[in-house]
Write a protein that binds this ligand. Structure first.
Ligand SMILES: *[C@@H]1O[C@H](CO)[C@@H](O)[C@H](O)[C@H]1NC(C)=O
Ligand SMILES: *[C@@H]1O[C@H](CO)[C@@H](O)[C@H](O)[C@H]1NC(C)=O
Ligand SMILES: *[C@@H]1O[C@H](CO)[C@@H](O)[C@H](O)[C@H]1NC(C)=O
Ligand SMILES: *[C@@H]1O[C@H](CO)[C@@H](O)[C@H](O)[C@H]1NC(C)=O
Ligand SMILES: *[C@@H]1O[C@H](CO)[C@@H](O)[C@H](O)[C@H]1NC(C)=O
Ligand SMILES: *[C@@H]1O[C@H](CO)[C@@H](O)[C@H](O)[C@H]1NC(C)=O
Ligand SMILES: *[C@@H]1O[C@H](CO)[C@@H](O)[C@H](O)[C@H]1NC(C)=O
Length: 469
């Protein structure tokens, strides 16, 4: 492990994997040699002694990964200042703020409907609002948390509600390495010192507003914690602050600690809200060229962690649904080859993930559009084999404005007529008349005022709700 950040910031961040009998308690001594390059130019050897208690309870666990509290026997050279003793473990407010502890937007109101869950009688479906299992449609509007205007959010949630779309997937992330100024929304600033949470008007209150409007309209939200892609501050923004790259991020001790701290912040804040449909680990996590065990282990650990914070809400992964050769599905081409380090069938077996998701973009993946229905049937079959809900969480194509019906209607018909896919969510909802004149849509957008909105959004949402359980 090569650490280039501040030496003293290591306190609390060393982790190791301990094999043992689940439930047993043991004391572990960790010895590591750390090449320290940033604060001092020489290499120092350090012995860390850590004591911790393993508290894993799942009988199936064979190993436990934990962050250990460490003490160090090394003495820093006088050149290092006391300011370098700050720890990365606690997220700090950025900037120092007067934002009141009472949220500006009411959320977690008692009048809200009940929590969504996997249905007890029909385990492949969701009990959406306490009235039993249902099929339904949803959508994506990643940008809803990144608009600064409340009246815009009011329009967005009213239109989604009016369309009978039950769930909207929104980015719960937005991280930067340098302050972009008041006109851009960001939730945390990451740098070599750690994470700084933005409680100013262009920060966490925007997420509060999303949850608030969701509660008001009864639409539920899937909130996602990090992006594989660099837009809106994904894994790359962690790497820029803490080192590592797109594949080492999943096991990087500092990045994972900051990521968990961010999850803890959001889950603690909104866990009382029935407007949360599910927590989602990442948007399209990939670990290119990695063994599928990397993402499997990471997703297992993070989803277990979320369940310790909040046992009431569902948790899902957010991946594209790639298969791996071990699944014995498909022709071995890209989507089935495991090259992105994701194994949909393996990951669906993770007990702390309540449902599986998959995405569908044949145009950008090198498949023809009719293959889309095959992809849907294959994921439905894996869901059936494991008796868990699966959701077509994003689909789009071809990327051309107001010309998606011919391609997407057959996919919707497959979902509706030939599967037990519990929900589908087209990518993505677009609307006009927002004060911000948001330009961050893409050519997959289904516009509220477009002709295609009627078949692809309104009629499909109605048909899903009418589908007999
Ligand atoms: C939610 O519950 C209400 C009754 O409380 C019911 O009328 C409505 O159809 C339900 N919605 C869904 C999507 O199940
Ligand atoms: C990180 O950002 C915070 C907040 O602006 C600042 O106080 C701190 O000095 C920065 N650390 C580094 C290493 O740039
Ligand atoms: C990421 O870093 C690891 C460890 O240094 C290295 O093995 C791997 O090739 C790197 N991956 C990329 C894409 O640079
Ligand atoms: C997203 O994942 C792919 C596959 O690992 C990788 O090539 C890409 O760099 C990732 N994106 C970022 C921003 O790290
Ligand atoms: C689409 O691709 C599939 C294989 O992915 C192939 O079997 C099928 O014949 C193709 N259909 C068309 C119309 O090209
Ligand atoms: C619309 O999509 C069809 C394929 O579904 C394509 O043949 C046609 O050229 C597209 N039209 C426009 C205007 O993009
Ligand atoms: C939807 O609104 C946009 C922006 O005003 C406009 O460019 C587009 O032509 C409209 N589409 C339809 C089908 O009315």
């Amino acid at each position: 492990m090569r650490i280039t950040g501040h030496f003293a910031a290591l306190a609390g961040l060393l982790a190791t994997t301990v094999s043992g009998v689940p439930g047993a308690q043991k004391t572990v001594t960790i010895t590591k040699t750390i090449e320290h390059t940033k604060v001092q130019t020489k290499t120092v050897s350090v012995t860390h002694t850590a004591s911790t208690t393993c508290s894993a309870s799942a009988a199936s666990l064979s190993s436990v990964t934990y962050a250990a509290t460490t003490t160090t026997s090394a003495t820093l050279a006088p050149a290092s200042s006391t300011s370098e003793t700050s720890s990365l473990t606690a997220a700090t407010s950025y900037p120092s703020t007067t934002y009141a502890t009472t949220p500006a937007y009411p959320f977690c109101t008692s009048s809200a409907s009940s929590f969504a869950s996997v249905d007890a009688v029909h385990p492949r479906l969701f009990n959406y609002n306490g009235t039993g299992a249902k099929f339904f449609a949803g959508t994506n509007a990643w940008w809803a948390s990144h608009v600064l205007s409340d009246s815009d959010l009011d329009i967005v949630f009213s239109e989604i509600k009016e369309t009978q779309l039950q769930v909207v997937r929104v980015w719960g992330f937005g991280s930067v390495n340098t302050d972009p100024g008041p006109d851009s929304v960001f939730f945390q600033l990451l740098n070599g010192t750690g994470s700084y949470i933005n409680y100013a008007a262009n920060g966490i209150p925007r997420l509060d507003a999303v949850v608030s409007y969701a509660e008001k309209t009864g639409v539920k939200v899937v909130l996602n914690f990090v992006n594989n892609w660099s837009d809106l501050g994904g894994i790359a923004s962690y790497n820029a602050a803490f080192g590592g790259n797109a594949t080492t991020w999943y096991t990087d001790v500092q990045s994972q600690q900051v990521y968990r701290d961010y999850i803890k912040l959001l889950v603690s804040r909104y866990k009382c809200s029935s407007a949360i449909f599910a927590w989602e680990l990442a948007n399209e996590p990939r670990c290119h060229g990695c063994a599928t065990s990397v993402i499997y282990d990471w997703a297992t650990g993070i989803s277990q962690y979320i369940k310790t914070l909040d046992s009431k809400h569902m948790v899902t992964l957010g991946d594209e649904g790639w298969f791996a050769p071990a699944d014995g599905i498909g022709d071995g081409s890209y989507a089935y080859g495991g090259g992105e380090g994701v194994d949909f069938a393996l990951n669906l077996g993770i007990k702390t993930l309540d449902y599986g998701v998959f995405h569908l973009y044949p145009d950008s993946w090198g498949y023809n559009e009719t293959w889309g229905s095959t992809w849907i049937l294959e994921h439905n079959a894996v869901g059936a084999a494991q008796n868990k809900p699966v959701v077509l969480e994003e689909y789009g194509g071809p990327p051309s404005p107001d010309n998606h019906t011919a391609v997407e209607e057959p996919w919707q018909a497959t979902v509706l007529d030939d599967t037990m896919v519990a929900m589908d969510q087209f990518w993505q909802f677009g609307t006009i008349g927002l004060s911000t004149g948001l330009s961050d849509y893409d050519a997959y957008t289904i516009w509220y005022n477009a002709t295609e909105y009627t078949p692809l959004a309104r009629e499909h949402a109605a048909a899903m709700l009418e589908k007999a359980v």
